[in-house]
Design a binder for this molecule. Structure first.
Ligand SMILES: Cc1cc2nc3c(=O)[nH]c(=O)nc-3n(C[C@H](O)[C@H](O)[C@H](O)COP(=O)(O)OP(=O)(O)OC[C@H]3O[C@@H](n4cnc5c(N)ncnc54)[C@H](O)[C@@H]3O)c2cc1C
Length: 295
C-alpha cells in the first residue's frame, strides 16, 4: 500500500512490528511510525495529513492488537526527553522524558514530591494522559501546566493543571492531544532524605509487582470503594491463564505475556476476568490498559 506523507524533518519508519517495541511484546505492524524533530515538525505533520493518528509513549500501558495500527503512529523521541530546572522547586520536562529520570533529577535538585514516579516505567506524555500514580500520589498532584498539540487542528496550546481537569487515571480534556512538555512542582528537601524515599518506593514495588515480566502494569482501574486486585483474587483468578496470557500470581491486577501470547490472548483473558468479577460481585471492572489498533 502506498501512503502519501507530508514532507517533514523527523523520521518515518514503515511497517514497524509493534511486538518488538511494546512492553507486552505483542501487536501487529504500525503502517508508519513517526518521530518528530521538534514541536514545529510535529505541527507540520498533523496539519498536512488526513491519515488517522495514534500516539505512543514508552508503551508500558498499552496492548497493540494483532492487526497493527493503521495510519501514522507518533512517538516523541530523544529531542523531547529533556529535563531542566526552572525556579522555585519547579522542573520542566519534555513529553518523552522518562518518569523515573524525572524522579532522580528532582532528587539531585533537592526537590521532593516526585519520588512516587520512580517505579512507573512510562514517559511524561504517557503519565499525563494516564494521570499515573502510586502510593497516594499522582501526576495531578505535581503538574503545574502542560503544552499540548491538538491532533485535529495541529495547534499548540498551554493548559494550567486546573484546566486539565484530572480524574483518577485520566483527565477531562476534550478532543485528542499529544502532550509535548510539562512543568512540575515539588517542595524543597535534602538529597539524602529524597534518596531514601526513592529506595523505599523501589523496594515496595519490587516486593509487590512482577516488574521484570512482559506486562503493562495494572490491567483495571480500581472501582469506587474496591481494589481491583482483591476482586480478581477473591474471584479465584490469581494465576489464571488463557493462551499465552496469564494473571500474575505476585500481583493479580497485572496481566503477563507469559508464553508467546498474542494481543488477542491478553484481551480475551482480561475480558474473561471482567465477566467472572461481574458475576461474583456485580462490579464492572474498567480497563486501565489502553488498547490500540485493529484485530
Ligand atoms: C512494570 C510496570 C509498572 C507500572 N506501575 C505503574 C504505577 O505504579 N502507576 C501507574 O499509574 N502506572 C503504572 N504502570 C503503567 C504505565 O507505566 C503508566 O500508565 C505510564 O504513565 C504510561 O506511560 P507510557 O509512556 O508508557 O505510555 P503508553 O503506554 O505508551 O501510552 C499510554 C496512553 O498514553 C497515551 N500517550 C502516550 N504518550 C502520550 C503523549 N505524549 N501525549 C498524549 N498521549 C500519550 C497513549 O496514546 C495511550 O493512550 C506500570 C507499568 C508497568 C509495565
Amino acid at each position: 500500500m502506498l501512503i502519501s506523507l507530508p514532507k517533514v524533518r523527523g523520521i518515518y519508519r514503515y511497517n514497524v512490528s509493534m511486538s518488538k517495541i511494546t512492553w507486552l511484546n505483542v501487536g501487529g505492524q504500525a503502517d508508519v511510525l513517526f518521530k518528530p524533530r521538534d514541536i514545529e515538525d510535529l505541527i507540520c505533520l498533523i496539519k498536512n495529513t488526513e491519515l488517522p493518528i495514534s500516539v505512543i509513549g514508552a508503551t508500558s500501558n498499552i496492548i497493540v492488537r494483532d492487526g497493527g495500527i493503521r495510519g501514522i503512529t507518533i512517538k516523541l523521541g530523544k529531542e523531547f526527553a529533556y529535563i531542566r530546572c526552572k525556579d522555585n522547586n519547579s522542573i520542566v520536562a519534555g513529553g518523552a522524558a522518562l518518569l523515573s529520570n524525572l524522579a532522580y533529577f528532582a532528587g539531585e535538585q533537592q526537590i521532593s514530591g516526585l519520588e512516587f514516579l520512580v517505579g512507573i516505567p512510562g514517559t511524561v506524555g504517557g503519565g499525563i494522559e494516564m494521570n499515573a500514580g502510586a502510593y497516594g500520589s499522582d501526576i495531578a498532584s505535581i503538574v503545574q501546566s502542560i503544552k499540548a498539540v491538538n491532533l485535529e487542528d495541529g495547534n499548540l496550546y498551554e493548559f494550567s493543571s486546573k484546566e486539565i481537569g484530572y480524574v483518577y487515571r485520566g483527565h477531562n480534556l476534550s478532543r485528542r492531544w499529544i502532550f509535548v512538555e510539562a512543568e512540575f512542582k515539588g517542595v524543597g528537601s535534602e538529597h539524602g532524605i529524597i534518596l531514601s524515599k526513592l529506595k523505599e518506593v523501589i523496594d515496595k514495588k519490587n516486593k509487590s509487582q512482577p516488574l521484570r515480566g512482559k506486562t503493562a502494569g495494572c490491567i483495571f482501574k480500581n472501582p469506587k470503594d474496591y481494589q481491583a486486585w482483591k476482586l480478581i483474587d477473591e474471584s479465584g483468578c490469581r494465576g489464571l491463564n488463557s493462551g499465552g496470557a496469564k494473571i500474575s500470581k505476585k500481583h493479580c491486577n497485572f496481566l503477563l505475556n507469559h508464553n508467546n501470547a498474542t494481543a488477542f490472548d491478553l484481551e480475551n483473558l482480561g475480558n474473561k476476568i471482567k465477566d467472572v468479577v461481574k458475576d461474583k460481585f456485580n462490579v464492572e471492572l474498567e480497563w486501565e490498559v489502553r488498547v490500540l489498533g485493529s484485530y
